[in-house]
Design a protein. Structure first.
Length: 577
């Protein structure tokens, strides 16, 4: 090692200091060298930040393994090269961003690189939600698009999500070929950065109005809004892109008693009021919950920075405010949309719903209840979008969801959409309120019919080069020596989505899994418990998803909830043991 660095990392550091990179980033690298911050330098340069199947995501800063002007421009040059190679005729794209620090700078850079490569760019005048980008690509007939966002990651992160002509994130074969184009770029000299400003056009409020008007057509029982009475709603954008469009959509639908968390309405990339801008975490909803306590509101909704996920808080049977998990909100949405369509005679044989393989099997059972096919796809909403595009014109998509708080109602986009989700969640609340019930009350009814479902997601962070190696070793160990039982229940089936094989443990029978390869393992017990294990595709984490449930006739008591939670504890203890 030289100065605490391996020779290959030292070479990459030297190349950065000598190459056509920004002076600001070179200053940062020199500072790390003076401070002998070898671990920081190693993490910043030990690899190139990978342009994965959804794009880029990483900590901002200098280095080949960081989000910076070079990695953003390199990704855009690779995407430009691919678009110009495979698209006949003129190419056009849409670009926008969320509220992240440097997001506007990166979005302008992306537009500049596209235009320098002869591509026409529709650049949003300011930050916009991810689902509106998907909508705009479809409306404008573009071939691609880029969203600058790190979703719900901490403030240190930035990200780059690439979209295709259908409005969905890029999928095979495009993703792998784009990745190859990006990897072929060895340095800044191969990137065109001088913009052709004549090719960059602004878009803004007209697209906002068209998007909101389209979202309003997805209502199931619009008459419920007029029945809402004194139902109060608190909404927080957590400093992100939902700040204008979601309140505007609720107002356009007729909701009048909506209050915003004003201290979280400023588009601040430092997220000054939260530790972590993730609506899956109750801490991020603290201010909204407190506002609901003061105002007496019955519903709280909060969206992540790019407004594709939504966290929901409802009043439980005791009148206390309780955060729903993503599976519970998805169950309510699936049930509400299907029941409403059925009630109005608008449920058709070709209709379908979609969930991911790590999302609660309660959704499958709800689909069966209404006689609608439920497809299961790999983790990531892009696979839901891919299926929608494949079936477009022959079957009708109604609703899709994943446990990570992302949902879509209707076919107007090809990604999760917190704008339409907030509208339908508010409509649901109004409907049940008008019927003398509530979202929580309906959830209890669902559990009484199908059994009480309890789920838990445990994410273990393994940062840096060593962390990645630890995650790989753990997945290898689980494949080579899988557990025989979990939580006192015998394993009866093992599904390996990497080898695309499901094995019945007792008989030894195997069947193929008709899904693309993915680094996911799933274990099912004789009690119907399901445990899924997968490395995150966007963060340095390994994730454990545990789902357990009771029998339908066991009710929905606190004691039963405690027993199911203890069962989850036991399963996780076995996995960690």
């Amino acid at each position: 090692m030289t100065n605490g660095l391996t020779p290959d990392i030292q070479t990459k550091v030297d190349n950065w200091l000598e190459g056509a990179y920004s002076e600001e980033s070179k200053t940062q690298v020199r500072s790390w060298i003076r401070e002998e911050a070898w671990a920081t330098l190693t993490d910043a340069f030990y690899r190139d930040l990978e342009f994965g199947t959804g794009g880029l995501r990483g900590v901002m800063g200098a280095g080949t393994n960081r989000m910076n002007r070079y990695t953003v421009a390199r990704a855009t040059q690779g995407l430009s090269n691919y678009l110009n190679r495979v698209v006949d005729g003129d190419v056009s794209v849409v670009v926008t961003h969320d509220n992240r620090n440097r997001a506007r700078e990166f979005a302008q850079l992306v537009a500049d690189v596209f235009s320098a490569n002869g591509i026409r760019v529709w650049l949003f005048e300011g930050m916009r939600p991810t689902p509106e980008l998907s909508y705009a690509i479809r409306e404008l007939g573009c071939q691609s698009g880029v969203m600058l966002t790190a979703s719900h990651n901490p403030k240190e992160y930035s990200g780059y999500k690439a979209y295709w002509a259908d409005g969905g994130q890029v999928i095979p074969p495009h993703d792998h070929e784009i990745i190859a184009e990006v990897k072929a770029i060895s340095g800044p000299d191969e990137i065109r950065v001088e913009p052709d400003t004549s090719r960059i056009k602004p878009i803004g409020s007209d697209m906002d109005k068209a998007f909101i008007d389209t979202v309003l057509t997805e209502q199931v029982r619009p008459e419920a809004v007029g029945m809402a009475g004194d139902l109060g709603i608190v909404y927080s954008p957590i400093h992100g892109t939902g700040v204008e469009l979601i309140p505007a959509a609720l107002k356009a639908a007729g909701f009048r008693n909506v209050s915003r968390v004003e201290s979280q309405c400023s588009p601040d990339g430092n997220f000054p009021t939260v530790v972590y801008p993730n609506p899956e975490e109750e801490e991020a909803l603290t201010l909204a919950i407190e506002q609901a306590r003061v105002t007496g509101a019955g519903l709280v909704m909060a969206t992540d920075p790019d407004a594709d996920r939504v966290g929901v808080v409802v009043r439980n049977a005791d009148g206390d405010l309780e955060l729903l998990n993503g599976n519970q909100t998805a169950a309510l949405l699936f049930d509400y949309v299907l029941a409403g369509k059925q009630e109005k005679g608008d449920l058709k044989p070709e209709d379908y719903v979609v969930k991911t393989i790590v999302t609660s099997s309660l959704l499958d059972r709800l689909a069966d209840r209404y006689g609608v096919e439920c497809f299961n796809v790999l983790t990531g909403f892009k696979y839901i979008g891919e299926l929608m595009t494949r079936l477009e014109g022959s079957r009708r998509f109604l609703v899709g969801g994943e446990e990570s708080y992302g949902y879509l109602i209707g076919e107007h986009v090809r990604d999760k959409d917190a704008v339409v989700s907030c509208l339908l969640i508010a409509e649901m609340a109004a409907w049940y309120h008008s019927q003398g019930s509530s979202l929580y009350g309906r959830l209890q009814e669902i559990h009484r019919e199908f059994g009480l479902y309890r789920e838990r997601l445990v994410s273990i962070k393994k940062a840096g080069k060593e962390g990645g190696e630890e995650i790989a070793a753990l997945m290898r160990s689980l494949r080579e020596t899988p557990p025989l039982e979990l939580g006192g229940s015998r394993i009866v089936a093992i599904r390996d989505y990497q080898s695309r094989v499901e094995k019945q443990v007792v008989s030894g029978n195997e069947r193929s899994i008709d899904l693309p390869k993915s680094n996911v393992l799933q274990f099912e017990t004789d009690r119907g418990d399901v445990v899924s294990v997968r490395p995150s595709g966007t963060e340095p984490k390994i994730k454990f998803y545990v789902s357990v449930h009771s029998k339908p006739d066991e009710g929905d008591s606190d004691d039963l909830r405690d027993r199911l939670e203890r069962r989850i504890d036991s399963i996780l203890d076995d996995l960690n043991g």
